[in-house]
Design a protein. Sequence first.
Length: 338
Amino acid sequence: MKKSRLLAVLSWPLFAGAAFAQGTLDRVTVFGPSLEGNLMGAPDAPEVSIYLPESYAGEPDRRYPVVYVLHGYTGTDQGWFGPEGRRQTELIADRVFAAGGADEMILVMPNCYNAYGGCMYANSATTGYWEDYIADDLVAYIDGRYRTLPERESRGLAGHSMGGYGVMRIGMNRPDVFSALYAMSSCCLNEMTPRGGERALAMERIGTPAELAENRGALRTFAVTAAWAPNPDKPPFYFDLPTKDGEVIPEVAARFAVNSPMAMLDSHAGALRKMTAIVMDVGEQDGLIGSNRELSAAMTRFGVDHAFETYEGDHSNRISERFELEVLPFFSRHLAFR
């Protein structure tokens, strides 16, 4: 049975006295049945930042497209939105919209940070069904409470790093919900082959959350394993590690592989071909550039129309700039505004 609960909302005008238009930022908790009962005990009502453009308050009959933005591993929505955020994406949006660089739209970012550093935006009994949460629960909440244009043609999906992975994954699985994709510096695109050896042995010896806290280097492996190889019968972490006695377990390695967009492409290329537009971008100095190039080449072979762009930069040093100059204008061109 679905729960109903009161939602805590925090709103404030952005950057009073600035020379550009001022939007509004809401931060709410949004319950999702898709996250309810997840085995790791992560919140089933995560925080969500919602940016409303300047005209939203003054034009009550106007409706807006929505871009759902997905943050990267170890990040949160507050790293992107809010006065204390490093990126201050609301300031970027105000500046772009006021200058006419893009038409006004609503921006939404859920917080998928968990005890392992991130949910991978996957469907998992362990971490929660995050794919479904974003495409079903969160979209329904936003469409039900804000003046959106509630059709796929007016919804976009963007993300950085782990969020870029989420863009490609969710885009492949839910073309019924989203029509335009922008994946920035995406991780985890090709087959993730687990490795054995001493490091794997060390992770196998971690048996409790307290021991994990003393081995922070294992968090990323725990994050992807919880998302891609859940096992309700294996407390306290509820997943199958991909190794035993330092050797890779082929059955678990296969579960890792099928979660990579490269492996998904042959059965999901048709879904991507339904998109109005797709962009992948990555910095020339980003260690992930090779896997991004590989997926782009594979998409071309499968007849998926898209753009692949590179720029001078590493994994994160120009993300805010790209969001301002490329991402928001991209969605302004490719989403339906009426």
